[in-house]
Design a protein around this ligand. Structure first.
Ligand SMILES: *[C@@H]1O[C@H](CO)[C@@H](O)[C@H](O)[C@H]1NC(C)=O
Length: 445
């Protein structure tokens, strides 16, 4: 572990080492099968703190399409008021039936005496005896069904304060900060301008909204982002192609796809910025025609937003710069990746945006074979890396005090293992593809 790197960055995976993960998580998977995409779509779940009366919707991965086999998702939901109780309602519930629900199952537990195992078909309801609830969805290797969509509502001890079903809808909540506004600039904007750092050190991006181009991808009403992305102009988000495919390489449905803009803590509205933090619907997903779901070559996509973003009105929303020069390799430079990905291979997703600093390597990538469309970054001793859920997110370098996105989080052999660099799509190889596929958009200077 390099201690001169002040960003605490490293917990990213060093934690995993001390906490003793099963060894297979760390052993390179040899043969043609070492690649692991850094998306968290199938690893679902998340944490959410509810205001009294607030409601959140959770669903099985891919719902209403069939859920994956051998999958586990865990949601931890807590109501802010310890006197509240939580009520679960699953009007739509289709899990394969098994004796004692030993196969595919949803287990609800309030940490006290109430626990329930659910499987089979038909509406399910459950009321916790406390303000905490853990929902664990597990599937075995046999068979699939449509899955479930459930609401979890905090029942206020002293009567309901009304409900919201969208974690970004708290625009007039008293905890919401007023927007920081810039002087009007007549629609002109600058790319790659980070907001000033107040704190040095720590894995959590600080201050919040430091990287105003960071977005998260999710299906509306799901609790967690499964991939990241970056704002590159007023209409488009840059991300990875593999975010839209399942583990078998099949294209997933884009129904309900949204990007979270101006967000920091994905489970809480308390650091949302009024008029800035929001979910923006995606109108079109444009995937590179040469994308190869087996090798993750050409792992790039752009998302056309349903409404344009104003990149000059608030400092919490802005565009990252793209490289100007497609010959520069960036070898030896330090890059920064940010995302809501897991803190270790197979671990839980943090709710707050994290960042990690990583040196950019040459194309030999410690013996891993990569294509010219890829870039490697990492430490030989491991310990720092991007991980599942960071996919599609930006990897950038600072050039003349502006941030230039040089990579898109793509894949690796697990996360942060020694001698195993993370692989990024090399943005400079796609400059003309990006320009062609974002025609009509306005870029910042
Ligand atoms: C963007 O915001 C600025 C500052 O609030 C405003 O002057 C400008 O008209 C807005 N642009 C658009 C296209 O709405």
């Amino acid at each position: 572990m390099k201690t001169h790197i002040t960003l605490a960055v490293l917990v990213w995976a060093s934690m995993a080492m001390v906490s003793g993960l099963p060894e297979e998580d760390w052993r390179p998977k040899l043969g043609g099968n070492y690649k692991e995409a850094k998306l968290s779509r199938a690893t679902c779940g998340g944490k959410k703190e509810l205001e009294p009366g607030e409601e959140v919707t959770i669903s099985s991965p891919g719902y209403p399409e069939k859920y994956p086999n051998n999958n586990k998702c865990k949601w931890d939901i807590v109501s802010k008021d310890p006197k509240d109780t939580l009520e679960v309602n699953c009007p739509s519930f289709y899990l394969r039936k098994s004796k004692w629900c030993r196969g595919d199952r949803l287990v609800l537990s309030d940490g006290k005496k109430a626990a329930q195992r659910l499987c089979g078909q038909g509406q399910k309801k459950f009321t916790a005896n406390s303000n905490q609830l853990t929902l664990t969805f597990r599937t075995n290797k046999k068979g699939k069904d449509k899955g479930f969509e459930c609401t979890v509502k905090s029942l206020a001890a002293y009567g309901s304060l009304g409900t919201t079903d969208d974690m970004f809808s708290s625009t007039d909540a008293p905890t919401t900060k007023p927007p920081a506004t810039k002087p009007p600039t007549g629609g002109n904007c600058n790319c790659g301008v980070a907001n000033p750092s107040r704190i040095v050190g720590g894995v959590e991006v600080s201050p919040t909204h430091k990287y105003p181009w960071q977005v998260g991808l999710k299906i509306r009403r799901q609790s967690a982002y499964w991939c990241g992305g970056s704002i590159i102009n007023d209409r488009y988000v840059l991300t990875a192609a593999h975010c839209f495919f399942n583990k078998e390489g099949e294209r997933e449905s884009d129904r309900g796809l949204v990007v979270g803009v101006g967000d920091h803590d994905m489970s809480s509205g308390s650091d949302d910025v009024s008029g800035v933090t929001k979910l923006v619907a995606v109108k079109k997903v444009i995937i590179h025609a040469s994308y190869d779901p087996k090798q993750y070559d050409y792992d790039i996509a752009v998302l056309l937003l349903r409404e344009p973003l104003n990149l000059s009105s608030h400092e919490e929303v802005g565009a990252v710069c793209l490289p100007q020069d497609d010959t520069k390799t960036y070898v030896g430079e330090m890059g920064i990746a940010s995302g809501w990905g897991t803190l270790q291979s197979g671990g839980d997703q943090p709710s707050k945006l994290m960042e990690v600093k990583l040196p950019i390597l040459d194309q030999s990538c410690w013996g891993k074979s990569i294509t010219p469309r890829m870039m490697c970054a990492g430490y030989k001793e491991g310990g720092k890396d991007t991980c599942q859920g960071d996919s599609g997110g930006p990897f950038y370098v600072a050039e003349n005090s502006k941030y230039v996105q040089v990579g898109i989080v793509s894949f690796g052999d697990g996360c942060a293992s020694p001698n195993s660099a993370g692989v990024y799509a090399r943005v400079s190889k796609f400059l003309s593809w990006i320009k062609t596929n974002t025609a009509g958009a306005t870029y910042c200077q």
